[in-house]
Design a protein around this ligand. Structure first.
Ligand code: UDP
Length: 384
């Protein structure tokens, strides 16, 4: 079977486009003629898929809460729709060659639907299955279902695979495939960048960008603390919103800005769809996750934009950056060290430029979407 003619039922739990969903968008595109993306929640992600002419269906209109503290099974049962949901997914799956579960809850539903419909299941693992991110019961449920039902687990980094295996997952099931990117999307004309800088008043000072949903483990507070240790003209834009009901953290960040006297140096831009433009407009990007990042799309995106990046040295980020060569790594949760690295980076514009350029060349090669999609197609062919 020619791979784009393979009929796939992609399954994702989220109506909101986070990293896993943006990755799925690129994976599903070549299959869109014969495939469909089934969502377990409605939201802006569906519109984004439609914009790319990828057919969608929403299996439930009731939002499934996605929190690491809640048990997968409890939250699914609380929708009191588990059986009809599985039945609906299995019914749809019968018209497809395989089920491709892209998120933990999609794995739970997809695994049951796979057993019911006798269609093979693939699990794309975008998470580090560890106590930092999942409760014990959730870890057990995920690993057991993947081990028993999935024919293939595509891990988005070595770190995600290692955590999966450490949690009891079968290593023979796993293949590591990094996220792919269309590098052309990240080449922004200098005039456009200048225009955006002027529009957003990012002209005065040294601007640091932080691109991530607002969530405690994404560590925006670490950057704020680091800013207080940098000269006053070091400023930051925080791009992203609280996607999973972490509104208290957003209030806390606003309070922190006031307490630290950072008004005028920190701007909250909310969720944006012009990430390449914004990254290109920044002098530096920081990634400050306090728990291991499964992959870290924003790190690769910064590289593709030619903007130097400092990332927290844990999880997938350590596979993306060789410190001092194509970016900088910094211990997670250490604002003092982060501030030092920011200052070093700031004081050496030529080195910064060289590092960013090398990072851009490497990233274009290493994360090329066409090559990544070919690799995924080969893995899928091997199980159908
Ligand atoms: N992103 C976005 N708009 C925003 C903030 C983030 O489109 O306002 C995108 C960002 O460009 C990246 C993704 O969301 O592609 C986040 O992926 P990442 O792997 O960094 O983190 P995750 O959300 O998967 O934890």
């Amino acid at each position: 079977m020619n791979s784009p003619s393979m009929k796939i039922l992609f399954l994702d739990q989220s109506g909101t486009p986070g990293g896993a969903e943006l990755c799925l968008l690129d994976i599903a595109k070549p299959y869109r003629e014969h495939s469909i993306v089934g969502l377990l929640a409605d939201g802006p992600f569906r519109a984004l898929l439609a914009q790319h002419e990828i057919p969608t269906t929403v299996f439930t209109t009731q939002t499934i809460n996605v929190r690491k503290e809640s048990s997968l099974l409890t939250s699914l049962r609380s929708t009191s729709q588990l059986l009809p949901l599985v039945q609906a997914v299995a019914g749809t799956a019968r018209s497809y060659d395989l089920i491709y579960a892209n998120t933990p809850k999609a794995l739970v539903i997809g695994a049951l639907a796979s057993l019911w419909s006798q269609r093979p299941l693939v699990y794309h693992l975008h998470d580090i299955i560890s106590p930092d991110h999942f409760s014990k019961i959730n870890r057990t449920v995920l690993v057991t279902l993947a081990n028993r039902v999935a024919k293939l687990v595509i891990a988005n980094s070595q770190a995600s695979q290692t955590a999966f295996v450490a949690a009891g997952g079968r290593s023979q099931l796993c293949r590591v495939v990094y996220n792919g990117f269309d590098s052309d999307r990240y080449v922004i004309a200098p005039a456009e960048t200048e225009h955006l800088r002027t529009t957003l008043a990012l002209t005065d000072g040294f601007w640091i960008g932080h691109f991530s949903r607002l969530s405690p483990w994404k560590g925006q507070h670490i950057l704020l603390k680091a800013l207080t240790l940098c000269p006053d003209d070091t400023k930051a834009i925080l791009v992203g919103d609280a996607l999973f009901g972490e509104d208290e953290y957003v209030l806390e960040l606003h309070r922190q800005v006031k307490q630290l006297g950072l008004e005028g140096r920190v701007r909250f831009l909310g969720f944006r769809s012009d990430i390449p433009q914004l990254m290109s407009a920044c002098n530096l990007v920081t990634h400050t996750s306090t728990a291991p990042e499964p992959f870290g799309r924003v790190i690769v995106e910064s590289m593709l934009c030619g903007t130097p990046v400092i990332a927290a040295a844990a999880g997938g980020a350590t596979e993306l950056i060789d410190t001092g060569e194509n970016g900088w790594l910094c211990p997670p949760g250490e604002p003092e060290i982060l501030a030092k690295v920011i200052l070093t980076c700031r004081s050496a514009p030529q080195q910064r430029q060289q590092i960013a350029q090398l990072a851009q060349e490497q990233a274009r090669d290493r994360f090329d979407i066409a090559a990544i999609n070919t690799l995924i197609a080969q893995h899928l062919q091997s199980i159908v």
